[in-house]
Design a protein around this ligand. Structure first.
Ligand code: ZN
Length: 194
């Protein structure tokens, strides 16, 4: 796997949203934010109805030790040299954009970026290059719901339904076995638990 690419998503988030100016040190993952975990990380406590389908990126630690949220409207940028837009799906906060890397060692995989508002004019079949923004984080789902964040899932294309049928009900139901741990593909330098 290309080490060069593994921190591209993290680097892109930091650069596009000028998190260095907000005293960014590293992303923080609370229990429930990682793949397969069963806790809800928002609204105090409670369990997810099913194990987490991917990873959630929401919070970072500042150099002075505070926790900050990246917040709604943060830009999400393409972490692959090139990618194609495969599908859009509804999710419980906003939209999910499915990207497939092009001419890449990861071209057999689909990457799901969820809880977003896609950039205007972006369409299925469009190509996106590294560092280009394709969406913003959608506002959170209210007082008791999840705060604004980006969720990432990964699956191998051959294990998924046809592109036109891809949906969260299928991914969380009969195709759940297709989901892989996104941390096999992405790393977040310095990331820690709270
Ligand atoms: Zn999530």
């Amino acid at each position: 796997m290309g080490l060069r690419q593994k921190d591209a998503f993290s680097r892109g988030l930091v650069a596009a949203n000028r998190l260095e100016d907000a005293d960014f040190s590293f992303f923080v993952f609370f229990p429930g934010m990682l793949f397969g975990e069963v806790e809800k990380w928002w609204d105090g406590a409670g369990q997810r109805p099913t194990p987490h389908e991917g990873i959630d990126i929401c919070c970072f630690r500042t150099r002075s030790g505070d926790i900050k949220m990246i917040g709604s409207s943060a830009l999400i940028v393409c972490p692959f040299s090139r990618a194609r837009v495969i599908a859009f799906m509804d999710d419980f906060i906003g939209k999910t954009i499915v990207l497939r890397p092009v001419d890449d060692e990861w071209e057999d995989f689909y990457f799901f970026f969820a809880h977003l508002l896609p950039e205007k004019g972006i369409r299925i079949g469009d190509g996106i290059s590294e560092g280009k923004s394709f969406a913003r984080i959608a506002p959170g789902s209210g007082l008791k719901g999840a705060p604004a964040h980006v969720h990432v899932s990964v699956a191998r294309k051959k294990d998924l339904p046809d592109d036109s049928r891809i949906s969260w009900p299928l991914l969380t139901g009969p195709f759940r076995h297709a989901l892989l741990d996104p941390m096999e593909f992405f790393n977040f330098p310095g990331a820690g638990l709270s």
